[in-house]
Write a protein that binds this ligand. Structure first.
Ligand code: HEM
Length: 427
């Protein structure tokens, strides 16, 4: 995509290194001279913002781990020690905890941008699948990280989610015991979660490198969904995209700072400031906001195994998207009908998130096996979740394949530069 390299080593050292390890050339070709579609809007800045989020999480996480104790007896107190005694420990912890939420805000925007502009379509399927793999690892990392403070919500959240595996026929209970490293969520569970929570972000970093590599092989999509045809359709990455990304990152950091300094606990649950107690089930076990739509799908189905399958199915649909969408036109800018269905998809996701946070009418009776007891009679939120779950699946499995064949898209421009520059330029 980027064509031949334009890098010219300037100093003797650069020439020497270039002949042995052309790493400066790689950086130059990928982030300086790389041809970027000239019409990219601000939705294209979220890849850079996500890289920033990953960096912040890794750096703050490493320092937090220096003061954290991964044991059932010491974890809760070590987090309090970080908050009260460690120099700027409160800042590190609030950056890390709110950083996870910021990461998910950015990733959902990044993914929805991909859906709106058809960035998953050929030839970007592998790029999309790698993104989905990152998303899966992100969810696992966030889930395990939330267990580490060993508060009530950590413990009971871990209990509910690990128990889901027990719904798998025959081998389920054995898998759950294996995951726990015992017969309940306990010290060994916390230890392995800490180990994996430390490891997974580095795996994310590895997959991000593959993601960006795949991106640079096929080139970026853009709001028109039309590939660059001539040199006038692109601009060099630096300074154009670099400066734009930097500006967007600064705005994003302001929002991040508002959370850290003015409302650091607004996205968390107060129950997690109570130490874990296996003898007392909280009245309402609820995951972090970014898992709520999936949690609502899980609870919308009145059978544990089917609920688990629906939840994993919802994620599988995202993976399969490049093969579910039959439309030849990438960008929804030229697909007015697709835009309407997309809008209702967003609404369904928000409703699911909202319902996921609600306590169903019935009482959850304390005790491990009764965590899933929900009264399904005439429960508004359960029915709202069911309708939205239906729409969620219909969007992927019916709308995406059928609409692409039946719709009448608007005419697309000849080139990227024609709508931007107003004239067709050839070179
Ligand atoms: C740590 C998480 C991630 C990082 C650091 C990351 C990074 C990037 C970067 C730097 C770009 C180029 C700039 C841009 O288009 O915004 C990009 C593009 C892209 N990413 Fe990601 N990404 C992440 C997660 C994901 C996920 C979860 C998905 C989808 C499931 C995804 C799908 C895509 C697609 C389809 C493109 C191409 C966009 C286009 O050219 O139109 N990414 N990503």
């Amino acid at each position: 995509m980027s064509g031949h390299s334009t890098y010219q080593p300037k100093t003797g050292f650069e020439r020497w290194l270039d002949a042995r390890l052309p790493i400066i050339r790689l950086g130059h070709d990928s982030f300086v001279d790389y041809p970027t579609p000239r019409n990219l809007n601000y939705w294209w800045t979220f890849g850079g913002i996500l890289s920033l989020c990953l960096g912040v999480q890794i750096i703050t996480g490493i320092v937090l781990a220096m003061h954290y104790t991964p044991s059932a007896a010491g974890a809760f107190n070590s987090v309090e020690h970080i908050m009260r005694d460690v120099n700027y420990g409160w800042l590190l912890r609030y950056m890390h905890a709110n950083g996870a939420s910021m990461f998910f805000i950015a990733v959902y925007i990044h993914m929805l941008r991909g859906v709106y502009y058809g960035s998953y379509k050929a030839p970007r399927e592998v790029l999309w699948i790698l993104g989905c793999v990152i998303y899966l690892i992100m969810m696992a990392t966030a889930f395990m990280g939330y267990v580490l403070p060993w508060g009530q919500m950590s413990f009971w959240g871990a209990t509910v989610i690990t128990n889901l595996f027990s719904a798998i026929p025959v081998v389920g209970p054995a898998i759950t015991t294996w995951l726990w490293g015992g017969f309940a969520v306990d010290n060994s569970t916390l230890n392995r979660f800490f180990s994996l929570h430390y490891l997974l972000p580095f795996m994310i970093a590895g997959v991000v490198i593959l993601h960006v590599w795949a991106l640079h092989v096929v080139g970026q999509n853009n709001p028109t969904g039309i590939d660059p045809k001539s040199k006038s359709d692109t601009l060099p990455f630096t300074p154009y995209a670099t400066v734009k990304d930097g500006f967007a990152m600064s705005l994003f950091l302001i929002l991040f700072a508002v959370f850290i300094f003015y409302m650091p606990d607004s996205l968390g649950h107060p129950d997690n400031y109570t130490p874990a107690n296996p003898m007392v089930t909280p009245p309402h076990i609820v995951p972090e906001w970014y898992f709520l739509p999936f949690y609502a799908i899980l609870r919308a189905v009145p059978d544990k195994l089917m609920g688990v399958l629906a939840m994993f199915g919802a994620i599988a649909c995202i993976f399969a998207l490049p093969w579910l969408d039959t439309s030849k036109v990438k960008s929804m800018r030229y697909r007015p009908q697709a835009r309407i269905y997309f809008f209702f998809f967003l609404v369904a996701c928000v409703i699911l998130g909202f319902c996921g946070a609600k306590l169903p009418d019935a009482q959850v009776i304390p005790g491990l096996t009764t965590v899933f007891v929900i009264d399904y009679d005439l429960n508004t939120f359960v029915w709202l979740s069911r309708l939205s779950t239906l729409y969620y699946f219909a969007y992927f499995l019916v709308v995406m394949p059928v609409l692409g064949l039946t719709e009448k898209p608007l005419p697309t421009p000849e080139t990227i530069s024609s709508p931007v520059l107003g004239v067709e330029t050839k070179d």
